[in-house]
Design a protein around this ligand. Structure first.
Ligand SMILES: [Zn+2]
Length: 350
């Protein structure tokens, strides 16, 4: 419950109306700038996605109020947005900051989080091969204390992800990539724990173990450095909402796998999936803010592979939903109540 209140506060802090397509990671997506960088001398080319609601909070230009950007509206935001990027996103080498040059601007959905973004394609010229690179970003931290920049960097065939914020910068000289690992262990490397995240920048994916593939999108995994991944501890590996269950041991992830199927997964504190075993219980589901009109209660059933508990959701219930589970873990300690906020359907692969 507290988690949701915090998320709602972040949106309120942005002073914008959330888009209709909310999902569990939406509040994190809105205050995270996503940057893909390809470092290939003599230039660095990049792509930057900023959520449409965040852009609108900075530069209110959506004159027709349809939450989409027309060509004209997009054109109007190009100049101010490029200035905003150059004031807050610093690519540094050779002792100075190198401003980026805008190549193109588009209005696009960022696939990994399905948020509507202004997508900027840019380049920074005259980058000498092998020069140490430092990246500092305060993008979106003027809108929210939670504002962070996620950077996925590919350089010399090496891939890594870094979470930047007002107090965390990237320095290729202490890079967490495999090339750094092959160097003699310096003091900085020795004290830093290796972490892993999704190279496609899935939020919430931040693990001390080398996963074979991203648990959310199935894409490649890369070394992760910088601050905590936005959404860590709030988003489960399926992209659903995490709630505490047995503190210090297990959490639960609630997911709307389809509009008519609610699922509960049992996971460890490290997000490892656990079989539901003898766990049983009931769930009561209602449309958020309309508790009196559509309440549906039924027993949770174990899936055939024992990976999750599920219950059907009546057709036509209006999102977002709330689900209140009464669960018995089979440990002789009776029922525990866990409530989930379910903003949208999450794509679940299995
Ligand atoms: Zn991913």
């Amino acid at each position: 419950m507290r988690e949701w209140v915090m998320r709602a506060a972040w949106i309120a802090g942005l002073a914008v109306v959330p888009s209709a397509a909310a999902r569990a990671d939406a509040p994190f997506s809105k205050v995270t700038a996503f940057v893909s960088l390809e470092v290939r001398a003599p230039e660095i080319v990049g792509t930057l996605w900023i959520d449409r609601d965040a852009v609108e909070a900075k530069f209110p230009i959506d004159k027709d109020g349809d939450t989409q950007y027309t060509e004209g509206e997009l054109f109007a935001v190009r100049g101010p947005l490029t200035n905003y990027v150059n004031q807050n996103f610093h690519l540094m080498w050779g002792g100075r900051t190198h401003p980026v040059t805008l190549k193109a601007a588009a209005f696009e959905e960022r696939a990994a989080s399905r948020n509507n973004c202004v997508k900027l394609t840019f380049s920074a010229p005259q980058y000498p091969a092998g020069e140490p690179l430092v990246i500092f970003s305060t993008l979106l931290s003027d809108l929210s204390r939670q504002g962070r920049t996620l950077v996925a960097i590919s350089a010399d065939g090496r891939r890594e992800v870094c979470v930047l914020g007002p107090d965390v910068y990237y320095d290729s000289r202490r890079s967490a990539g495999p090339a750094a690992a092959s160097q003699p262990a310096g003091a900085a490397n020795a004290t830093q724990k290796t972490r892993f995240g999704c190279f496609g920048m899935c939020l919430g994916v931040d693990s001390p173990r080398d996963m074979k593939k991203c648990p959310r999108c199935g894409g490649p995994v890369a070394a992760l450095s910088g601050g905590p991944m936005p959404g860590k501890g709030y988003l489960g590996s399926h992209g659903g909402t995490l709630m505490p269950f047995m503190p210090g041991q297990f959490r639960l992830e609630g997911v709307l796998a389809t509009p008519e199927e609610f699922r509960v997964y049992l996971v460890t504190e490290e997000l490892d999936a656990m079989p539901v075993g003898s766990m049983s219980g009931t769930v009561q589901i209602w449309t958020d803010k309309m508790e009196q009109t559509t309440t549906h209660k039924e027993g949770l059933k174990a899936s055939t592979n024992g990976a999750y508990l599920w219950a059907s959701v009546p057709k036509g219930m209006i999102l977002p939903l709330r689900a209140r589970c009464m669960l018995d873990a089979g440990d002789g300690r009776g029922q525990r109540m866990v409530e989930f906020f379910l903003p949208d359907v999450v794509r679940v692969s299995e």
